[in-house]
Write a protein that binds this ligand. Structure first.
Ligand code: F6R
Length: 605
């Protein structure tokens, strides 16, 4: 989704803005722009369609645009194509601005503003909001904060806004509803951005502006205001990770680096939960949980599906996993005794956040399993498990997914121990096995070469099927998503037993079918389904746990993962599938870390 940066200080702003935008590239975008100014001069703009390097070239790394105050933007097209005209910043007589989010009533506002004599030069909702601020500013002769507040009352939807007013040189104004925005200061400069990596080089002390709040940003000082225009104080938060955590560190891609960080991410998540009371979930509460709704999107949903199997098995309570985008509009029973678990890496996914709010409105307790501290879901959940994956830059998630799995296992074990559905001894055994996962994931990572080779064999295929049963099906969902999102090869995950009910008609000569076999109870059944595919011409790959029998000759390509209790095998089985997706994408010469059309943090519905 769009990325916003802002800087005001003593240095030339444009190079700082371009560097900040480069740190937000991972969010996904298709055009970029900056506006900078000096006191007494009008802002100068530069915009380009396509990747950021076009803007860097156009402005000679920012050198061609003088000025010590500016705003910048990478746009992920929603309203209108990714053209220069639609790229931000957008301007009005007195205001210039950038925006992340969607203004839902933009059409109606645009009509009203057109009637008032405004002309529009783009198809964007952003131009509408910039002109609306301008309209209130002029009509009432009020200051920037009051004009922004009036606009916030009038505009529906989600936004993070950064604005410069022609009459206020050296100042940037910001406002937010739903979309993320972080601000920070040093002694003589101030910054704002959609995410921490863009400003971490300059400061670790940051402020998260809340919904319907505004800010005035001057060099070395930030003031915050509520919707009434009263100045308010927000707590400063210290970022506890280093800028190097968001660098490639010698790896060719962030995704490969993050795959290798999984042992650390899981270890840190597990140790941070050694004192489980830090989550706020005490035994009395866990005992009272009669059912769980697990709500999330994409890979976080897949982690939830794996968690569903583990919770059901250990705790004996029903778990429903729901797409957040469906949950928010469905009319599910919201009965007492239900815990809603919202899983999210970014903590800003619009649908997941809306699902959280819906659950809270219904009076249900919400546990957030979130990677980004300070994010909306982390702040609004009643209980919080902070996954310790650290900053994840690659659009395709890997280490955050693995950390989510670990968090869900521990939630399941702790709930089962509280409920007495497992004994203390069994619970302790499970916790020890979870603590042993990082080393085993490390061992799986040793096996990269095999996957690299297999990726060359499938790189020009057009369809790949992943099949498995039980927890293996949950892993297939994630493996298949990794493959399709970064290699653009069509891929589907199927519960192996479902194939015969229609989909097997798609299997023909040379179709690739990957069978996952880690669940002792059902592995033989999946093998039978694989044989059925082979009989119809499929090329098979087997991913099997040590100890599970793979019939001779079933496949020329067998990848083994170390022995691990069935319940926690997803943590190991997913790694070869992540690597397979990664190497396939590399083989096809694609932009692994920033796949087409995707955004890291999906802050609109
Ligand atoms: C896929 C991927 C997405 C996210 C999904 C939810 O690799 O990263 O499917 O899992 O967009 O995002 P979060 O976890 O930030 O809520």
């Amino acid at each position: 989704m769009c990325g916003i940066v802002g800087y005001t200080g003593q240095e030339q702003a444009a190079p700082i803005l371009l560097e900040g935008l480069s740190k937000l590239e991972y969010r996904g975008y298709d055009s970029a722009g900056i506006a900078v100014r000096n006191a007494g001069e009008l802002p100068q703009l530069a915009k380009t369609a396509g990747k950021l390097h076009f803007l860097v070239e156009k402005t000679d790394g920012g050198k061609l645009l003088p000025g010590t105050c500016g705003i910048g933007h990478t746009r992920w097209a929603t309203h209108g194509n990714p053209t220069v005209d639609n790229a931000h910043p957008h301007t009005s007589d007195n205001v210039i601005g950038v925006h992340n989010g969607i203004i839902e009533n933009y059409a109606e506002l645009r009509e009203k503003l057109t009637d008032k004599g405004y002309r529009f030069y783009s198809q964007t909702d952003t131009e509408v909001i910039v002109k609306l601020v301008d309209y209130y500013y002029k009509k009432y002769g009020i200051g920037p904060i009051d004009a922004i507040n009036r606009t916030m009352v009038r505009a529906r939807g989600s936004y993070a806004l950064a604005l410069m007013f022609v009459d206020y040189p050296g100042e940037i104004y910001a406002a937010r509803k739903e979309s993320p925005l972080v601000l920070g200061t040093t002694r003589d400069a101030s910054f704002l951005a959609s995410d921490v990596p863009a400003i971490l080089k300059y400061t670790r002390k940051v402020y998260y502006i809340e919904n319907l709040q505004a800010a005035r940003i001057t060099p070395g000082r930030i003031q915050f205001f509520n919707l009434n225009g009263d100045e308010i104080t927000l707590p400063a938060r210290e970022i506890d990770w280093d800028a190097s955590a968001a660098e490639k560190g010698g790896y060719e891609h962030f995704m490969l680096k993050e795959i290798h960080e999984q042992p650390r991410a899981v270890r840190d998540t597990v140790s941070s939960l050694a004192d489980f009371s830090s989550t706020g979930l005490d035994n009395a509460f866990l005992r009272s949980v009669e059912r769980i709704y697990m709500v999330a999107c994409g890979s976080a949903l897949h982690a939830g599906i794996a968690g569903q199997y583990v919770v059901e098995r250990l705790c004996g309570i029903p778990v429903r996993v729901e797409f957040a985008s469906e949950f928010r509009y469905r009319h599910l029973p919201m009965e007492k005794g239900t815990l809603v678990v919202v899983v999210s890496q970014s903590g800003e996914t619009a649908d997941s956040l809306a699902a959280l709010r819906k659950a809270k409105e219904a009076g249900l307790p919400v546990l957030g399993i979130v990677n980004v501290m300070g994010s909306s879901i982390a702040r609004e959940a009643d209980y919080l498990i902070h996954t310790m994956a650290g900053p994840e830059i690659s659009v395709a998630t890997t280490k955050a997914y693995s950390a989510q799995l670990a968090a869900l296992y521990i939630l399941a074990v702790r709930t089962a121990m509280a409920k007495g559905t497992v004994s203390e001894e069994e619970g302790k055994y499970c916790l020890d096995e979870i603590a042993a996962l990082p080393d085993k994931i490390g061992a799986v990572l040793e096996n990269k070469k095999q996957l690299q080779w297999f990726a060359t064999k499938i790189a020009s295929d057009t369809d790949i099927f992943y099949i498995g049963r039980g927890l293996d099906y949950a892993v297939c969902l994630e493996g298949s998503l990794k493959m399709k999102e970064i290699s653009y090869i069509h891929s589907e995950a199927y519960a192996a037993g479902e194939l015969k009910h229609g989909t097997i008609s798609l299997i023909e000569d040379n179709t690739v079918v990957i069978g996952v076999l880690t669940q002792e109870e059902v592995a033989e059944k999946t093998v039978s389904n694989m044989i059925e595919c082979r009989s119809r011409g499929a090329r098979l790959m087997v991913l099997a746990k040590e100890g599970i029998r793979v019939p001779d000759g079933l496949s020329d390509f067998v990848v083994r993962i170390p022995s691990v209790p069935d319940l926690f095998s997803a943590s190991l089985a997913v790694v070869p599938l992540q690597l397979l997706g990664y190497y396939t994408s590399v083989n096809r010469g694609l932009d692994v870390d920033k796949p087409r059309n995707l955004a890291k943090s999906v802050t609109v519905e």
